[in-house]
Write a protein that binds this ligand. Structure first.
Ligand code: MN
Length: 206
């Protein structure tokens, strides 16, 4: 129902990245998240890993509830910035929420126009210390639509690099190669929505 590719690089000289991701299917949907721990190295990685564990454990909850839960859970850490994206497979909806700078772009290949792009509105804040007012965006999605999430170690403008025919893993690697700043941890997640499929045989009939 969702095909995901991920590519990441730690800041040169660091053994561990503070940028992490979540890909957690649940009944009726999938939760995706890209998390950037404040700073870099071990402390950033620990905060990011902690928030990812919370998200995986409660993936089916509404994203606003998840954000509040993460905020409470991270109070003793340096905090993280993150973008959450939840796909509702039954209703073909994407709900997303960004706290701090983790870019989100939705490329649509399914509409009457060749390609359109929507960007996630980011709100300044830090999960764990400064939670902004939480307002989600809800977008209809169709088969083939492709979501890209990237931390601030990746330059913006990568959306046009995605073609509908390119596999998500390949797309994530290409974006990292071409847009990685090299001055921070970097992570790119590419997710292609495949809609609801009960079996492989229906593929050609949709
Ligand atoms: Mn960063």
């Amino acid at each position: 129902m969702i095909e995901v590719g991920v590519a990441g690089l730690a800041l040169p000289g660091q053994s561990t990245s503070g940028d992490r991701h979540v890909f957690e299917p649940f009944s009726g949907g999938v939760l995706l998240a890209v998390v950037d721990g404040i700073g870099h190295g071990n402390e950033a990685a620990m905060a990011a890993e902690k928030v990812c564990a919370i998200l995986r454990a409660h993936a089916a909850e509404p994203v606003v509830v998840l954000a509040e839960r993460c905020h409470e859970g991270l109070r003793s850490t340096r905090g993280v910035v993150m973008t959450l994206a939840a796909f509702d497979i039954a209703h073909n909806l994407l709900t997303w929420l960004g706290i701090g700078n983790v870019q989100g772009v939705l490329q649509r290949f399914s509409g009457p126009i060749d390609r359109t792009e929507e960007s996630l509105l980011l709100r300044a804040g830090v999960v764990g210390s400064q939670l902004p007012p939480l307002r989600v965006s809800v977008l209809p999605v169709a088969r083939g639509d492709t979501l890209i999430l990237a931390t601030d170690g990746v330059q913006s403008g990568f959306g046009s690099k995605i073609a509908s025919a390119v596999a998500p893993q390949r797309a994530a690697e290409t974006i990292l190669d071409e847009f990685c700043k090299g001055t921070d941890d970097a992570l790119v997640l590419v997710a292609r929505y495949q809609g609801c499929r009960t079996d492989g045989n229906r593929d050609n009939n949709e």
